[in-house]
Design a protein around this ligand. Structure first.
Ligand code: GAR
Length: 194
């Protein structure tokens, strides 16, 4: 059984998809802890409801980024994860974190590889569609080798077409549905801890 630590910053709907798949026995994994950099992330509540340790670890204003990342690495490592899953984690991790988990940090991003890195990816894809620049967007799951934003060896991707009568909300809903399923499917295929 794979041990996972899931890092979040907000709602945690993708965390919920993982927790539900574990509870159903569809995913042979155990979420050992959930860590959020935001105190009020709703995903922490989702973790508590699933009896998973829910830890808020915000960066102090005056704390150096690498010092925070090193502390975060220690905290995460104490749960001995096979994989660290970034499910809506909205901080760029430096090598002070990543070096502790080589080839074991997995990120989810609501866009296709090489497109719309960073925040508000769905909204930016929607706007690009309105300008006639793209016909489709998508979802990807990739390994995080370095500080490149939403970039790294792709583990899975799925494209999502956009249609003329899509609202942004409709597109967001569709993308999130694809994410929930693609993230779980991709974690299933990861090898360590199997
Ligand atoms: C998801 O759409 C995820 O792909 C995105 O944040 C959302 C979190 O939703 N991540 C990024 O944009 C990373 N750059 P959730 O908290 O409901 O799982």
């Amino acid at each position: 059984m794979k041990r996972l630590v899931v890092l979040i910053s907000g709602n945690g709907s993708n965390l919920q998809a993982i927790l539900d798949a574990c509870a159903r026995g569809e995913l042979n994994a155990h979420v050992a802890a959930v860590v959020s950099n935001k105190l009020d992330a709703y995903g922490l509540e989702r973790a508590r409801r699933a009896n998973v340790p829910a830890i808020a670890k915000p960066k102090a204003k005056n704390q150096e980024r690498r010092a925070y990342d090193a502390e975060l690495a220690q905290l995460v490592a104490s749960y001995q994860p096979d994989y660290v899953v970034l499910a809506g984690w909205m901080r760029i991790l430096s090598s002070a974190f990543l070096d502790s988990f080589p080839n074991r940090v997995v990120n989810l991003h609501p866009a296709l590889p090489e497109t719309f890195p960073g925040t508000h990816a769905i909204e930016r894809a929607y706007d690009a569609y309105q300008r006639g620049e793209i016909q489709r967007t998508g979802v990807m799951v990739h390994l995080v080798p370095d500080e490149g934003v939403d970039n790294g060896p792709v583990l899975a991707q799925e494209s999502v077409p956009i249609s003329p009568n899509d609202t942004l909300e409709a597109l967001e809903t569709r993308i999130h549905q694809v994410e929930h399923q693609l993230l779980v499917e991709t974690i299933k295929r990861l090898e360590i801890g199997d």
